[in-house]
Each structure stands twice: as structure tokens, then as C-alpha cells.
Design a protein around this ligand. Sequence first.
Ligand code: NAD
Ligand code: TYD
Length: 348
Amino acid sequence: MHRRLNRILVTGGCGFIASNFILSLLERRSDLLIVNLDKLTYAGNRMNLQELEQKQDRKQNTGYRFIQGDIIDQILVEQLLAEHRIQAVLNFAAESHVDRSIHDSAPFIATNIQGTHTLLEAARKAGIELFLQVSTDEVYGTLGPEGLFTEETPLAPNSPYSASKASADLLVRAYHETYGMPTVITRCSNNYGPFQFPEKLIPLMITLAWEDKPLPVYGDGANVRDWIHVLDHCRGVELAMDQGRPGAIYNFGGDAERTTLQVVTAILDLLGKPHSLIRHVQDRPGHDRRYAMDFSLAARELKFAPTRSFEKGLLETIQWYEHNREWLRRVEDGSYREFMNTWYGGRQ
Ligand code: NAD
Ligand code: TYD
């Protein structure tokens, strides 16, 4: 199967992964219209896509439109699908941080579940050609020391974040089974790379280490994540958009299992900082021990393969943050500092 979709609604396009997705796609495909619907929460930054907006200011054709709005807004979503004759919805929009979901789960239920439902309903009424749901390995829960998550692993989410993502996946599945909607679900492991909000492990540790501040490692630091460069994830989503089987679920992983301590010491070594900056703090409640992905289905059906080694990708990511300190200064607004003080203040 090969689809040629030209008119796409991307939700959450000002966030980490979708801004990389939009930039990488529009760099290569001049036949596309991408409408980006984003609420601009604390995690959404319009400046991630400023190169596209600057081109528009110079009256150059970019194939890009930005709409500020909420995916829960049914009238707005229906209007956008009709007005732009949208063929595919790619739902990246989400509340995405596990720690915030522990602190206050309400926005996760609203955006991740209700928002996905609104998009599905609007897509059903519009007779959309593809609904692609960007999901996560966290819906599978946790692994022991052995084994990998496959697409058949039962869903067993442990945090409010992962429970909200699993709920959305089930709604997407139901719309395929009940209404025959052409859906694809992609489930990816932990991403890192440019534009990641500095509440997530890698950019948080980079920015703290620069200032010689303590690096908070939850519990014993032996929790394992399978790290993937964001552009490898974006390539996977593009392949799933072009070739994914209707009703299919595809796992994507980076083939790079690392413990938190391995990641943090690698960052300290690359920055030339002492390991004594590491502080073991109170563990995250419900902390999943290990994630690791079997992505052989995506490899077989989509020819997906991660291309960047973790060590090279990490070095490039550190360099990106070093060259983009102004970006960091602008995203670290009051609400970010407030959350970080409340969360870490109680955990030292
Ligand atoms: P992010 O938090 O960086 O960005 C989320 C974006 O969604 C922001 O631009 C935000 O403004 C927007 N948004 C939030 N609520 C919205 C709403 N109600 N309406 C419209 N826009 C809204 O997230 P991310 O890390 O880029 O993750 C993107 C997607 O990928 C999410 O669905 C996430 O679950 C999934 N995912 C993330 C990872 C990861 O490691 N970051 C791994 C696997 C899957
Ligand atoms: P995170 O980036 O929040 O992603 P996720 O929880 O979705 O996997 O965290 C990655 C790992 O790093 C996870 O095992 C929790 C751990 N971690 C810390 O030890 N300290 C921190 O300050 C953060 C943010 C995460």
C-alpha cells in the first residue's frame, strides 16, 4: 500500500516531536499542506517553527498554516477539516510528562482522551483517509530484566499519563473496528533531540549540569529506557502515514537501552562535569522499571530502522542546546519554574 496524502492536519505541531516532524517533512515535500492545530500550552512553542513563519512573512510558499486552538474544540476541528479539505489527521497533541500527570492528571484526561475522541468524531464525519495516533511504549506498562514489548503485549499502563494514552489508543481501535475508519497507531520509545522541553530527563540534566546544580536521579537510577533520536521517530511516523496498514499498530524503538545512570553519566562526561553532581532522590511513584521495544513489524512492513547511534545523537543534542540557549531562556516561563520547584522541592 502507498498513500499519497497532500493535505494533513498535524495536532500539537509546536511541541517537541511534531515540530521536528513538520520541519523535516516540509524540507523534502513541496506538494504538502500541513495545518498545525496547537493550543500552545507551556510545552508548545511557536518559535520552533519560526523559519516557516518567516518564509511566509516574505511571501514564500511553505505549505504550512498555524492555527492556535484546542483539539477538544469540536466546532473548530470540524471547520478546519472542511475548510482545508484535510485527508489525514496526525494526532501528536498531548500532555506528555509523567511527573506532571502524577501532580495533576486532569489535563491529561481532557487532552489525551477527550481531545482524541473529538478528533476521531470529526474525522469520522469528514470521511478522512487516515487517522494516525502517535502513541507510546508506556501503554504496555513495565518489563522485567528480559523481553521486549511487541504490538501484542497487553496494555497495562501505570501512570495517569500512560493510562490516558492507552485510553486514546483503545478509542482509535474502536473507531477502526466499529466505523471502519482507516487508522494507524504508532507506539514509540523515549525520544531525545532538538526542541525537547527541559523538564524531560536529557535536556533537564544538560541544563542543570551547565550550572553545576545537583542532578536528581529517581531511586537507584537503574530504570531502563530505549532511547531513540526524534528524527528516527519522525521517519517512522512518515512511513506509517505513507504505508501503514489500516487498523495496524507499529512499535518504534531506538535499539539503545540505557539506565538513567548511564544516560546521566554520559551527559556529565560529554560536558566535562564531575559525577558528584548526581543526587539520588525519592523515587517516582509507580515508576516503570524497564521499557524495550520489538519493532520487527515496522522493520518488515515499513522498512523502519533507527539510524542514529545514541552516543552520536546525545553529543549532537548537547551541541544543539548549547547553540540554542536563547530558545531555552524563552521556553522556561513562570509555569515551568513553578512546577519544577513544587515537584523537586518535595523530593530532595
Ligand atoms: P510535547 O509536550 O513536547 O508537545 C505537546 C504539544 O501538544 C504542545 O505543542 C502543546 O501545546 C500541544 N497541546 C497540548 N494540549 C493540546 C490541546 N488540548 N490542543 C491542541 N494542542 C495541544 O510532547 P512530545 O514529547 O512532542 O510528544 C508528542 C506526542 O508523542 C504525544 O502524543 C506523546 O504522547 C507521544 N510520544 C512522546 C514520546 C517522547 O519521548 N516525548 C515518546 C513516545 C510518544
Ligand atoms: P522522562 O524523561 O520523564 O520520560 P518517561 O518517564 O516518559 O520515560 O524520564 C526518563 C527516565 O528518567 C525515567 O526512568 C525517569 C528518570 N528521571 C529521573 O531519574 N530524574 C528526573 O529528573 C527525570 C525528569 C526523569
